[in-house]
Design a protein. Structure first.
Length: 190
């Protein structure tokens, strides 16, 4: 099949998925592109289910200097699936790409390898002070950006807020401070 025909077929499948209200990440078979990858494209990783996979994702974001956006969840959190779907679709649709790109991964806190020993000092939730679910936390240059952490489910359900948050985090681009409180119009003031 010629390259142009493959691209047309993939585009048609993506449109079909959009018509059905499906997110391409949830339907990987429908998410195919024959075009060359762009240097600052957004990435959606598989769920983090162990400290090792967390470090792998963090390392993968360090070299291209893109922030890793993490949604900390559990299987019993009723808000997480909808928020993760919204974040995934926003990231895959290119929100934050013009600002430098982002990567997204959910962290399954009740996965056996993460929840095995909650008092272990290497426990990810303890290390990054995750005390509310769901929590949206960005990592830039390997460091947690706790000043822009989001735990308010009303904000997490607001698509306009999520778009602005993703764009601000993407602007960090490895500089650890790309978003100042002023750039959020006071959204994170206590």
């Amino acid at each position: 099949m010629p390259l142009a025909a493959m691209h047309h077929h993939a585009l048609r499948q993506s449109r079909h998925a959009a018509r059905l209200g499906l997110c391409p990440r949830l339907c990987p078979r429908l998410c195919f592109s024959a075009s060359a990858p762009r240097s600052a494209s957004n990435v959606v990783f598989d769920a983090i289910r162990s400290p090792e996979s967390f470090m792998t994702h963090l390392s993968a974001c360090h070299s291209p200097r893109i922030p890793l956006l993490t949604l900390w969840t559990t299987s019993y959190c009723i808000h997480s699936p909808g928020i993760l779907r919204a974040l995934t679709c926003l990231v895959q649709s290119g929100v934050g790409q013009p600002e430098g790109g982002v990567a997204l991964a959910s962290v399954e806190m009740d996965a056996p390898d993460i929840a095995a020993n909650p008092t272990d000092p290497n426990n990810l939730a303890l290390m990054y002070m995750i005390n509310s679910l769901p929590t949206l936390l960005s990592f830039d240059a390997g460091e947690a950006q706790t000043d822009t952490r989001v735990t308010d489910t009303a904000k997490l359900a607001d698509e306009a807020f999520l778009q602005q948050w993703i764009r601000t985090e993407a602007r960090r681009h490895g500089q650890r401070g790309g978003g100042t409180p002023a750039s959020f119009f006071g959204l994170f003031r206590k």
